[in-house]
Write a protein of this length. Sequence first.
Length: 754
Amino acid sequence: MDYLSTLNEPQYEGVVNTEGPAMIIAGAGSGKTRVLTYRIAYLIKEKGIDPFNILSLTFTNKAAREMRERIERVVGLNARNLWMGTFHSVFARILRSEADRLGYPSNFTIYDSDDSKSLIKTIVKEFGLDDKVYKPNVVLNRISSAKNRLVSWEEYLANPLYEADDAAAQKPEMGRIYKAYCQRCFKANAMDFDDLLFNTNVLFRDHVDVLNKYQHRFKYVLVDEFQDTNVSQYLITKKLSSVSQNIAVVGDDAQSIYAFRGANIENILNFEKDFPDLRVIKLEQNYRSTQNIVKAANSVIARNKGQLKKSVWTANDEGNRIELIKSISDNEEGRFVSSAIFEQKTQNNYQNRDFAVLYRTNSQSRAIEEALRKSGIAYKIYGGLSFYQRKEIKDLMAYLRFAINTADEQSFRRIINLPKRGIGTTSVEKMVVAAFEHDIPLWEVLTNIQAFLPGRAANAVEQFVTLVKSFQISIETKDAYEAASHIAKNSGLLKELYADKTVEGLNRYENVQELLNAIKEFVDTPDVEDKSLGAFLQDIALLTDADNEDPEDTDFVSLMTIHSSKGLEFKNVFVVGLEEDLFPSQMMMSSRADLEEERRLFYVAITRAQENLYFSYALSRYRFGRLINCEPSRFIEEVDPSFIFVNTRYGSREPQLGRREGPPGVTSNFARNLMASKKAVPKKPPQYHKPSADFRPSDTSNLQEGMKVEHPKFGFGKVHKMDTSGANKKAKVIFEDFGEKTLLLSFAKLRIVE
């Protein structure tokens, strides 16, 4: 029982009260992972629960792996029998076992976003639609949103509201594309990431015996980061725990920042409605940050109306106040960051890994990168191209996938003429169309190619078929590494890469070798029971961004979006670009719910810092290809001024934080408050125009000078000038209360006043 002695009172309560529904509200840095892991360890060690009867769901494989290792240190190797992993990996495991119930083979392929976009691109082309209107990203997001709300393509097409929405968005064929996309995935024996959740819901809905089996298998269900669950994920966990009622969810509503991915904050806010006997446990002691940082974060998040009340506190030192820096430009902001990092490293013996620069959008990294490079400070950008997204890796992975699932159309298209075999695009389309028109598997067309595609191309296809059959024999008789090595060598990919003696060619060859190394490591891992190539491919398909990147692997300054930083912590954190319309984002100010999500994102940024925190904003910044004037973010003003120190050593030498035309930001009065006293009282949040009751954005494609308009934030105004010279149409509008604003019409929500 020694492991329990390390817990504080609320943590102990969260560990030992294992029966019935429980919600553990865990403030930032409060040790939620410890509670979750020790709760599982307690179930196994003290209560004698079989690990096979425990289901623990996380959002990254990395988190699951770390939790399993911690549990193993307490209970031993028995921990390896836990059903623990991401939602997608656990439900993929269930779907493979029950695939026949849904008409899939157990070796179905899992499409990543690139596969999905490629298929959508193909469908849009086949339908003769404009690919500038039906962009793969936009279409995939629409389909993903529907699936996460459990709306099938049949329901989508039957619902006039969706039809009206698509018509208003000038994309009336969205439903038809959704239908074709689902049918093509099914025909290819493939599921995308959203299907893993959607189809699990379908499985449990239509096959009560299957649901009953897993309800009685999983006597205890635990969910990490519950605030990030979407409708689909919550319904599955609710169904699985409805018999035992032993569900424990851990999360922090103040860190719910993934609405754009479908996360539904209502899941955690209204959890008690579904489980009236709920035990609520609050972890409020922060072990990560200084008192100034914790109190500053509290002062910000207190402004949100939609939240579960808690009082986060810390026994740590008071620490330094947050340093606020104003810069003339984004380039000067970059120089401030590099100077501050250099100074802190010199004076306090910090390493590069002790610093993180957080921003709202990826495009902000440019100025920071340039300044760090000039200062000779090593850095790494997170959220870039991951190893498994590199072309040479995807090429070999496509060979591996097609050898396992010959119905996989996307893999087939990628490898059929790679290396070149004299099989052109026209021949490929003929084969795909033949499979579709005759309603037969693609592999059947390939194995009887002379009946469908006479000529030289047919001979090349026959050789390809013979090659794939040899790969299939290798997969059946060898482990993942031996089979993958055989395929890499005999496909001709390795030979082609090796022949390229350029620096880029050498790097690509080494990347493929690194993939083979990863497969060897997978095979050599003792607790991996299934060492087949299929098992490895599923493991890789279910990796998340967080699993691909480890900010502490080497000594780099970490540059990342705030969304990417969630779950991480650094001794020193710079939050840059704190300007109106950038953070909070211009696209997140149309409703209180959106603005509260932006505020939660700011809260996440603050709570990543352990020792020192910096806020930075610029008076001008290049955006959309031109220099614009900026206003300080309202979020700066929402922090209690007693926790902020205005630093004039870096950035602009001008001491005032002056008010300029536009939405209220940080005033010179506020600056004086900041510098005068710790007892300064924060000003009231800025007041904006309240939209008219009948406010609905108009179609602005025919907007003209002289027209009267209404903006949801700036109020009523008159179009002064139109700019249609660039790709993005702009309008200069003079507002009654906020003066002249230049608005991008693709983003601005304007109502034309009749």
